[in-house]
Design a protein around this ligand. Sequence first.
Ligand SMILES: Nc1nc2ncc(COP(=O)(O)OP(=O)(O)O)nc2c(=O)[nH]1
Length: 289
Amino acid sequence: TGTALADRPRAATGTSTHPLGRVLAGRRPLVCGVLNVTPDSFSDGGRFHSFDRAVERGRTLAAEGADLIDIGGESTRPGSRPPTPAEELDRVVPVVEALSRQVPVPLSVDTSRPEVMRAAVAAGASMVNDVRALRSPGALEAVAELGVPVCLMHMQRSPETMQADPRYRDVVVDVRTFLAERMRACLDAGIRQEHLVVDPGFGFGKTLTHNVALLASLDAFTGLGVPVMVGLSRKSVLGQLTGRTVEDRLPGSLAAAVVAVQRGATLLRVHDVAATRDVLAVLDAVGPV
Ligand SMILES: Nc1nc2ncc(COP(=O)(O)OP(=O)(O)O)nc2c(=O)[nH]1
């Protein structure tokens, strides 16, 4: 069941309004469900096992009301080693292909590799989400040619080293400046402004103090004039604030979602879609702060 392949929002290269662009222009905050197809996200699996569970997870996220499903094949946990290009392609593309036929919601591909962007969009993805903000060789050109929306996220250094000793002059100013520079690079490469999303990158080269400052000053990023994505769901910053392990961080995640939306976030990247949708329903009833 679900939308036939032909009816799905396709990567519309060169057309004026991309289907996902219309979604992103909407007023209601969007819930982006996290689907990590990585060994440490799906336990004891060979590709087949994780493939089956990944597709099942994607169907569950859609059934819970996800507006978008973000599919990633690279674990970006602090200290993690990136997969080879072949490993990443092998993890992501079959899942995108299967879900593009089975679920009626747009798919985003969480990758920094242009070859993975191209293969995932060809398989049915409608958006790119890049934790390296298109800094890899060929990434800007790939997104410009694909004509799909892209999320530009801030990360200091790399997953292997980012949490060693993160330092900023002023974390809000430094992250905002970085994102503004990446937006400029995108516009210069021919990527449309209405296809841009920015994300401060919570937990990516930030201490607890840095993460809290970024959340408290989220309006610095909404001031960039494009939708802001926030990914705080179950992250270690919530563990630092509550003392909870990852399995018990739903209350903290929902509190973070409320704060993020009230300070201007319009996309929430979360593991718990149904619970987050419930929180947004209550916020929506009350209206803006
Ligand atoms: N735009 C964006 N993309 C992201 N991709 C991965 C993660 C890492 O978090 P998660 O996927 O929950 O964990 P892991 O990759 O360790 O499984 N966080 C973000 C984020 O905050 N923003």
